[in-house]
Design a protein around this ligand. Structure first.
Ligand SMILES: Cc1ncc(COP(=O)(O)O)c(C=O)c1O
Length: 343
């Protein structure tokens, strides 16, 4: 049954348009020194920081599908917005460079430093040739209006504009992570392990896809998403449910999701989105010093801090392996040196 489902999921995904941007499968490997330092269960890490495009990360996989869609629509220009230190925009900028697409980014300065310094992802977005505008403030509605206006003016000038992650295409990003569910399931079988939980910093496309894949495969492990943003739980769950259902429909899979299928924890955000948390900084140091692996203050540090806290609180069975999904983000470290080193 499980093998049959794996085959069905693989064939369904193989039917989608795709451009090659990364290198897959990424490794799934043990973290013995981190496990020992925590006195916890065997911890495995899924290295999606090693997807290969512009320092890697979870968006590389998503862009393989969404950029194929942009090319199929005959687009020559892409318009996108997120935060200044957006990992998505760094990987998108690299993808656009590789595919010969013009990119316009309209970015929110989440922190005072973001308006002044050009570091980390912000530096790389510019290096890949994106035309970057840093907006005056953090208002998301104003940012959406600015993106729509930019896209409109470029269309009037004769450009064929693609705006990623719109309601009719965002499930493509989620589908990329249904494929990761498949990869992890197969890699666990090869390693002879049966983890109970998969931890990931996620609240959106990544978790929607992981749950889509894992549920279709008969729930080999439970996906525990740790959100880095303050969006209300009902809204997060609703968004993920809609994406997973849309993705399942696109893939022709007979499965239906409900909001409660998405376990998403908002206990590790710290002060707010985009600002380093003390527990996240501790996680960054611990992983760096025990395993030589880099994570970041805005996303993966917060996700790993949840796993660390749950191990310390005795919430996980010591005999059962657990998987942490490294979704990338380390280039942002260079914009957070003071926070991470407590200068
Ligand atoms: C490093 C990193 N981890 C996790 C996430 C969360 O992914 P998603 O928005 O698909 O849930 C993001 C992007 O938002 C990210 O850049």
């Amino acid at each position: 049954m499980m093998l049959e489902r794996e085959q069905q999921l693989e064939v369904a995904i193989a039917g989608l348009k795709r451009v090659k941007l990364g290198y897959f499968p990424t490794p799934l490997e043990p973290l013995p020194r981190l496990s020992a330092a925590l006195g916890g269960p065997p911890i495995y890490i899924k290295r999606d920081d090693l997807t290969g495009l512009a320092f890697g990360g979870n968006k590389t996989r998503m862009l393989e599908f969404s950029m194929a869609e942009a090319l199929a629509r005959g687009s020559d220009t892409v318009v996108m917005g997120a935060a200044v230190q957006s990992n998505y925009c760094r990987q998108l900028a690299a993808a656009c460079a590789k595919l010969g697409l013009e990119l316009h980014l309209l970015l929110r300065p989440e922190r005072e430093a973001d308006t002044k310094e050009i570091q980390g992802n912000h530096f790389l977005q510019r290096l890949f040739g994106a035309q970057v505008t840093v907006l005056p403030d953090n208002h998301r509605a104003a940012q959406q209006a600015a993106i729509a206006a930019k896209a409109e003016s470029l269309r009037k000038a004769g450009r064929k504009v693609y705006v990623p992650r719109q309601p009719d295409t965002v499930d493509l990003d989620a589908i990329a992570y249904a494929e990761v569910a498949l990869e992890i399931t197969r890699q666990c079988r090869d390693l002879g392990i049966q983890p109970a939980y998969l931890y990931a910093t996620a609240f959106d496309t990544t978790q929607a896809g992981l749950v889509l894949g894992m549920h279709y495969l008969g729930k080999p492990m439970h996906v525990r998403g740790i959100t880095p943003t303050e969006m209300p739980l009902e809204e997060r769950q609703h968004k993920m449910m809609v994406m997973a259902n849309q993705g399942a429909e696109r893939l022709g899979l007979e499965i239906e999701f409900h909001a409660t299928d998405f376990d998403n924890d908002d206990g590790f955000i710290g002060e707010r989105y985009g600002v380093a948390s003390p527990a996240g900084v501790e996680a960054i140091h611990l992983l760096a010093k025990t395993e030589g692996i880099l994570i970041d203050p805005a996303y993966t540090g917060k996700g790993l801090s949840a796993l660390i806290a749950h191990i310390r609180q005795g919430k996980l069975d010591k005999a059962q392996p657990v998987v942490f999904l490294h979704t990338g983000g380390a280039p942002a470290l260079f914009a957070f040196v003071e926070d991470v080193l407590h200068l």
